[in-house]
Design a protein around this ligand. Structure first.
Ligand code: GTP
Ligand code: MG
Length: 380
């Protein structure tokens, strides 16, 4: 640590029950002594893992703000104050007056934790899209506390091929790791009027997108995020694809085709009340969806020519659970296991690839456990 003093508000900026401001740096204890009066006189400040109750003196408040200080050691302390915006601001102002610099919350982990992997997982944890994702990421904290050091050990013992094999195995889990915070992009495509918008509304549980009996209702892409069994998913409704369309609808169809190319899963929606024709088959062959769904199963007509698919009714809310289960089975790898290391951010993937290349080119030790690409030039 340098002799400088830094502080960061680690709780959100709105009103809350308690606000926590972390102060750190070589002179942190001095800045705290200038302002803090313990309730019980003579309490020692800065003892490792100690907690002290007292008052924070600011220019504007006579008695001072009630605060609880929790010290990691002499160089790092958390100030827990009232969660109101004013009290937090007063503490910040007095720290600045004592020479401290404010660090934005987005940089806090990078500045205070020397372990790149744990910083990345903690940042991902802040963006966890569901409680399942948060639990997986908590497991990942444990994984990444030990796994990089194991790779270092393999290298020290000259087992380069095994190190590369293990890194490759972790890299193969990148997609699923990224989707703990990033929604899977699921696109519903099909001919006009088959019930794509109705199906999206049924899956979301509310009327997000316009439904009408008129073919060509949806023109723009309508996206909405939701969570299926703990996995974040963005559902994209698209314009029904048909050739004889007007100018606006034609642009909508172009948007649809672009959206389809970027999909993690494309659901091809067909109308179960219509017979299966050659045109339908041609359309299916061109679209090549990941999942075939026959909507309007409440009006379904038997037709042996139809390919295999999931039968649902958006309006009757039938078959939706099966559709979600099949969709997740398509998206999430079968061997998904939260207790093995997963790269959860793009920076982790990039850094792992770089380390792998270094090992492959013959570097004997890369100090994976301590490598911290983002901090390398920050001299903290
Ligand atoms: N009976 C029945 N009707 C449905 C079902 N799903 C949708 N519909 C009806 O089918 C018509 C078209 O539905 P939409 O959801 O607007 O169809 P779409 O595929 O989004 O149509 P475009 O936006 O024009 O491409 C509406 O009248 C819906 O009420 C269903 O499961 N059963
Ligand atoms: Mg529509």
């Amino acid at each position: 640590m340098t002799a400088e003093i830094f502080f960061c508000h680690v709780t959100p900026s709105g009103r809350g029950a308690i606000a926590t401001t972390v102060v750190w740096g070589g002179q942190a204890i001095e800045a705290i002594r200038q302002r803090f009066r313990p309730k019980r006189q003579g309490r020692e400040l800065g003892a490792p893992n100690s907690v002290v109750y007292g008052f924070w003196q600011t220019h504007n408040s006579g008695a001072g703000e009630d605060v609880v200080l929790s010290f990691d050691d002499q160089e790092k302390c958390s100030i827990h104050s009232h969660g109101g915006i004013v009290s937090r601001r007063l503490i910040a102002d007095s720290l600045i007056a004592s020479g401290a610099s404010e660090v934005p919350a987005s940089e806090y982990e990078t500045r205070t934790c020397p372990n790149f992997w744990l910083v990345e997982i903690r940042q991902a944890l802040q963006q966890a899209a569901s409680s399942l994702a948060a639990l997986c990421l908590l497991d990942q904290l444990a994984c990444w506390s030990t796994w990089p050091a194991q790779i270092d050990q393999l290298l020290t013992r000259g087992r380069r091929d095994e190190a590369i094999r293990q890194i490759d195995a972790v890299l193969r889990r990148s997609t699923v790791g990224l989707h703990l915070t990033l929604p899977w992009n699921v696109v519903l495509g099909g001919r006009p009027n088959v019930g794509k918008s109705s199906l999206i509304n049924a899956l979301l549980g509310y009327e997000r997108t316009i439904v009408s009996a008129l073919p060509g209702t949806t023109r723009d892409i309508v996206r909405q995020q939701t969570v299926f069994s703990g996995w974040p998913v963005t559902l994209s409704d698209t314009a029904g694809i048909r050739e004889a369309a007007g100018e606006i609808e034609r642009i909508g169809v172009e948007f649809t085709q672009r959206e389809i190319r970027q999909a993690d899963a494309l659901i091809g929606v067909f109308d179960a009340s219509e017979p299966w024709t050659e045109t339908q088959q041609l359309f299916l062959d061109q679209m090549q969806p990941d999942l075939i769904v026959f909507n309007k199963r409440d009006l379904a007509r038997a037709d042996t020519r139809r390919p295999a698919g999931i039968f649902v009714s958006a309006t009757q809310r039938q078959g939706l659970d099966e559709l979600i289960a099949v969709l997740l089975a398509h998206l999430v790898p079968k061997d998904f296991e939260p207790k093995v290391p997963l790269p959860a951010t793009s920076a982790m993937i990039e850094h792992l690839r770089c380390i792998r290349d270094q090992i492959a080119t013959g570097v004997k030790s890369v100090d994976i456990a301590l490598s911290h690409p983002r901090c390398a030039d920050k001299n903290l």
